[in-house]
Design a protein around this ligand. Structure first.
Ligand code: ACO
Length: 337
């Protein structure tokens, strides 16, 4: 009998900047108020980079270094780093390449992927494929975004939502019945009308006109995104459950992308999950795009037990969306000094 070789998460790391941007701070910047933000989004505060010298790779490196020190993994053990980000350090030169260099990963290769808020889930499945095939032994998947670099802090429709941060997981092979079991992903490019950073790429390279038109900021139709997110996340959660003969009552936890507490609660309610099964940290970090799911794992890793059945789900620009079925394994622990 062929033994299925799964990719399992064996280490987790996370990092958010020290600077807190609270709802009360935002009240001084745009026409909004704390009550509205908490009631409509569940966000109380978010962390942002306040040092212009800090870019996405710096957030990613800090999450990666925490992962390595907690797990007792040395830089040269890692084969590959996949950085999911919508805010790379540069248009050309991958953030993954910079992360490998800054973290001293001399034997690894690094690349970037971009599927906005769904990006971490997509990158996790790509990383798992590298492990399942036997091509790599240790793959680190990082979700990292410095959203403050694309947010217009005079637009109340968007500036209340986003924060900066990074989360990282390491994948390794196992013959035990745990790890990434399945994923269900979708994209619909027509969604670009409703959520986009228009300029800075090859369609609209940076120019005086794109600056004047403020096309380098994230722009969205929040209501359209809100409805599509609930529908897309719920549908793909159901699809991944059905494909794996699972009832939602058999699920231990839901780790949703943290975009809006009302979106999260709607998806949890549709799946019939109780409040403590749905993991949330949006109140403290806001929407950190690619970093939300690994930051939730980082915050709640002590709650998860071997064999727990966890559904991860996300929705983001593209549109892109999906769900992943994960069985929690064991995390490595560094030897005590
Ligand atoms: N403060 C106070 N009032 C506000 C603010 C604000 N920050 N923003 C909008 N309003 C006003 C609107 O102008 C509107 O006023 P009006 O009725 O006089 O026209 C009223 O509040 C209601 O506006 P809505 O847009 O209907 O508010 P809604 O409840 O939909 O909340 C929000 C807006 C929070 C943006 C919500 O639609 C949302 O979260 N959408 C998802 C967007 C998202 O998460 N994008 C991130 C990337 S994609 C992803 O991660 C899934």
């Amino acid at each position: 009998m062929r033994i299925r070789k799964n990719a399992v998460i064996t280490a987790v790391g996370g990092y958010v900047p020290d600077t807190v941007l609270s709802n009360h701070d935002l009240e001084k910047m745009v026409d909004t108020n704390n009550e509205w933000i908490v009631a409509r989004t569940g966000i109380k505060e978010r962390r942002i980079v306040n040092d212009p010298g800090v870019a996405t790779s710096d957030l990613a490196v800090r999450a990666l270094k925490r992962l390595m020190s907690d797990a007792g993994v040395t830089p040269h053990e890692i084969d590959c780093v996949i950085v999911s980000t919508s805010t790379p350090d540069y248009v050309m030169v991958s953030t993954g390449s910079i992360v490998c260099e800054k973290a001293g990963l001399t034997k690894a290769w690094g690349i970037d992927t971009n599927a906005a808020c769904s990006g971490f889930l997509y990158a996790l499945t790509l990383g798992a494929s590298m492990i399942e095939s036997g091509r790599c032994k240790k793959v680190v998947v990082i979700g990292a975004d410095k959203n403050s670099s694309i947010v217009n802090y005079s637009d109340r429709n968007t500036c209340i939502l986003f924060g900066d941060g990074a989360g990282a997981v390491m994948l390794e092979q196992t013959e035990e019945p745990v790890g990434l079991m399945d994923s269900f992903f979708r994209t619909d490019g027509s969604g670009k009308e409703n959520l986009i950073v228009t300029a800075g790429g090859s369609r609209f390279p940076a120019s005086q006109q794109t600056l004047d038109d403020q096309l380098h900021y994230v722009r969205q139709d929040g209501r359209v995104v809100f409805k599509a997110a609930i529908q897309g996340m719920t549908d793909t959660c159901n699809e991944v459950l059905q494909a794996n003969d699972l009832l939602s009552s058999q699920i231990n936890y839901l780790i949703p992308h943290q975009a809006n507490l009302r979106i999260i609660q709607s998806v949890g309610d549709y799946l019939g999950l109780s409040g403590d099964q749905v993991k949330i940290n949006i109140d403290r970090y806001g929407n950190t795009t690619s970093a939300t799911i690994p930051l939730v794992m980082w915050d709640y890793k002590d709650d998860f037990k071997y064999g727990d059945k966890i559904i991860l789900t996300a929705f983001g620009a593209g549109f892109s969306w999906g769900a992943t079925y994960l069985k929690w394994g064991r995390l490595r622990k560094a030897a005590q000094e």
